[in-house]
Structure formats: C-alpha cells, structure tokens
Design a protein around this ligand. Structure first.
Ligand code: FAS
Ligand code: PHB
Length: 392
C-alpha cells in the first residue's frame, strides 16, 4: 500500500491530522492497533482550549461539541480554608469547554469512516523504516499478516507507548523526564456535578479535582500513592476522601453530591519531552513526543496544537512545494510544548501534597496559591496558560 502521509495512531492527534489532510486533498492512511470500541471508550481528557474547539469546528467536527460541550468562564481554587475563582473571561477574554476526549474520538472516527481517508483498526505498526532515506515506510501487522505502508512522510501519533519515537536514533534523541511521587484515581459518577465550574483543591491530605461530563455525570480525580489499586478504593472511601479535600475551601455549607461510581482508572503522573520531534521524513505529534501531568489540562490540547501546525505545513507543501513550515515544525511545536510542560509542572507541584512534604515546602506552595488569589497579574498568567496561548 502507498500513501503521501502515513499516520500511526487514531487518537485525537492522528484523527484530527487525517481529517485536516483529507480536507486539503492530501492522500493519507491511518493505522490504529486497537479496535474502534476500545479507542472510543478510553476515558481520558475533558477540558478543551478555545483553539482546540476552533480546530474541531474547522474540520466539521464541531456540531455535537457545540450542542453538548459545556463552556466555562473560570475555575475555582480551594486551599487552606479559602476559595478563589479565577475568572478566565475577565482576565483573558477567552473561555474553555468541557467535552470528553471520548466524544472527540467518536466524532472524528465517524467522519473518517464516512468520508475517508482509510482508517485501519487492528493494524499494529511494528517499525518505522527509511525515515532518513528516500523510502519511508511503516511495517505493520493486520489481520494476521505482515504488511508495509510506503509513504512520502510518516507522522507518529501513536502515544507514549508507540513505536514511532524509537525510530529517531538514540544518538540524535534527547528526552527530558520527571516522574511524580503520586498518581490520580479518576472516577466517573452518575450524579450531577456539585459545582458549575471545575474545582481544584489542595487539601491537607492531597489534591482533588471536580470536573464533569454533562449536567448528570461528574468526573472527579483524587491524588493517590503510585501503584494504588483502584479496587482498594470502594465508592464510600472515595467520596469520604473527596469530601475531606474539597472542605479546604471557605464555604462550610458547600456539599459534594454522591452517586454510583461507574468507572475508576489510575493515571500515573509524568512530564516527558522528546527532542527533536522530527527525523528526516518522520514527524512526531502528541503523546508520542510529550506527556504532561493532567493537572493543567494540557495533554489533549498540546496534541491538537501539534497537528494544527502539521496540517498547515503539509497543506503548504501540497500547494507550493515548500517544506518551510515542515522544517519549522519541531521548533514551533517545542516552544509551546515547553510552555505547557512548565505550566503543568507548576500546577501539579502547587496543588499536590507529595509524600513527606516538609512544613517549609507546604508553606511555599500555599504562598504560590495565595499569590494567584490576591494578584491580578498572577491570576492572569494562570488564566492565559490554562485557556491556551494563541496559535501564533
Ligand atoms: P493517544 O495516546 O490518545 O493515541 C495514540 C493512539 O495510537 C492510540 O489509539 C493507540 O492505540 C495507538 N497506537 C499506539 N501504538 C500503536 C502502534 N504500534 N500501531 C498503531 N497504533 C498504535 N489529558 C488531559 O488534558 N486531561 C486528562 O485528564 C488526561 N487524562 C489522561 C489519562 C490517561 C490514562 C492517559 C494515558 C492520558 C491522559 N491525558 C489527559 C492525556 C491524553 O488526553 C493525551 O494527551 C491524548 O490522548 C493525546 O492524544 P494522542 O497524541 O493522539 O495520543
Ligand atoms: C477532565 O475533565 O477530565 C479534566 C479537566 C481538567 C484537568 C484534568 C482533567 O486538569
């Protein structure tokens, strides 16, 4: 099989890139190792920057998002007996939208199956070859046999555990990593959210986040030790600990509504960046190149930013023959990756309670939070990063 752009992975990055290329008249193929049901059910992100909403609308994937997405104008921070709302609209003029990554994947898969380009499920890429030579190709397994996808370009959108990144020679690859000493226990619950906006809380025993998926489904996260077994957290224990941590705010009458927990997943927390995001005719996008702790709600949005740059770059190449934007991609993408990595690191260290935290470190983090609560400049910086820096 031969195509112009071979895309490995049908997560948000791969699917959005395929849609952009298809609409630009650029031939591409997507290889996805899982089946459709699996990728559409994988519980992950939920908070979209305005740029991500724009990008989905631009490719015709915005109608359900516009109908069901929840536009938010701010978030609430709770810590040390106080509550503080960060008003994104007033501080930046921008808003964010809650719409689950699972729904984005469903919307893009439906469009691609209806209109193309080819999307092969159960197609596991096993190697990327020839990226730095004249014949880039992806070797993959599909329906029990080995096959090869010959390409002009290959984009690795295969996530943190994919194969594309390893095709950048180790001698040319630099990785930057930090693993955090805690994880998130994420739950879905059939109960109306107890707040209209997201609540980030730094309780005495750890972090908690109240998010949502709809007016009747809550999404909540709880900081837990690494290696936690979700089975050790029955519903009552989860709700009790969430209650204790959200009580860090100033409203004694606020209550956390409880309901049946329908999903429990453990997410380890790490920061990871791979440089460069290109090797010859192989480009990396999304989690294949970078991972951020989800505290800043950047992971999915960074993946979208990468493929917005790539969509423009391939379109320019297709129209004019110029590779200038492709050549500029690694630097342009990494500039934003590092901004998001720093922001996500700041949000994570400020809001979590690491094991054995000293009194001094606790006071430092509470002082950082107090600065955001009392300084318009500090609040504006958080709001600018959270809502997403402009595309340019
Ligand atoms: P993805 O990992 O989504 O997609 C990669 C795709 O490639 C997958 O479908 C995979 O099956 C496929 N693939 C892998 N290897 C392959 C191979 N060899 N051949 C073919 N296909 C292959 N972000 C937030 O902002 N907020 C959150 O709360 C949040 N929670 C998360 C929880 C978890 C458990 C994880 C892992 C991530 C979470 N993230 C969160 C980040 C997440 O949303 C990612 O940023 C987002 O999925 C990135 O999208 P992609 O780059 O497309 O990678
Ligand atoms: C979510 O709704 O899944 C979500 C929102 C904000 C975050 C992380 C996850 O920072």
């Amino acid at each position: 099989m031969r195509t112009t752009v071979g895309i490995i992975g049908a997560g948000p990055a791969g699917l959005l890139l395929a849609r952009q290329l298809h609409l630009a008249g650029i031939d591409c193929v997507v290889l996805e190792n899982r089946d459709r049901a699996y990728i559409e059910a994988r519980q992950r992100a939920g908070m979209l920057e305005a740029g991500t909403v724009e990008a989905l609308r631009a490719v015709g994937a915005g109608s359900r998002l516009d109908a069901e997405g929840l536009e938010h104008h701010g978030i609430e921070l709770r810590f040390d007996g106080t509550s503080h709302r960060v008003d994104f609209r007033a501080l930046t003029g921008r808003t964010v939208t809650v719409y689950a990554q699972t729904e984005i994947v469903k919307d893009l898969v439906a469009l691609q199956l209806a209109e193309g380009p080819p999307l092969f499920f159960g197609a596991e890429a096993v190697a990327v070859e020839g990226a730095d030579g004249g014949s880039p190709r992806v070797r993959y397994r599909h329906e029990g046999r080995e096959a090869t996808l010959e390409c002009d370009w290959i984009v690795g959108c295969d996530g943190f555990h994919g194969v594309a990144r390893s095709a950048v020679p180790a001698a040319l690859r630099t990785t930057y990593e930090r693993d955090y000493p805690f994880s998130w226990l994420g739950i879905l619950a059939d109960v109306a959210p107890s707040s209209d906006e997201l609540v980030y809380a730094r309780g005495a025993t750890g972090f908690a986040l109240l998010s949502m998926r709809s007016p009747t489904v809550s999404r909540l996260y709880l900081q837990v030790p690494n290696g936690t077994d979700p089975a050790d957290w029955p519903d009552e224990r989860i709700w009790d600990e969430l209650d204790a941590r959200f009580a860090a705010g100033s409203d004694p009458d606020w209550t956390l509504r409880r309901g049946p927990v329908t999903s429990k997943t453990l997410t380890p927390m790490r920061s990871f960046v791979c440089e460069p995001m290109r090797h010859g005719r192989l480009l990396l996008a999304g989690d294949a190149a970078h991972i951020v702790p989800p505290t800043g709600a950047k992971g999915l949005n960074l993946a979208v930013f990468d493929v917005r740059l790539l969509g423009r770059a391939f379109e320019a190449l297709h129209r004019t023959g110029s590779t200038a934007l492709l050549d500029a991609y690694p630097r342009a993408a990494l500039r934003r990756v590092w901004q998001a990595t720093r922001f996500s690191y700041d949000m994570t260290t400020m809001l979590h309670v690491p094991p054995g935290e000293s009194d001094f470190d606790r006071r430092i983090e509470l002082t950082r939070l107090e600065r955001i609560a009392t300084s318009r400049d500090a609040a504006a910086e958080l709001a600018a990063q959270y809502t997403g820096l402009p595309l340019e």
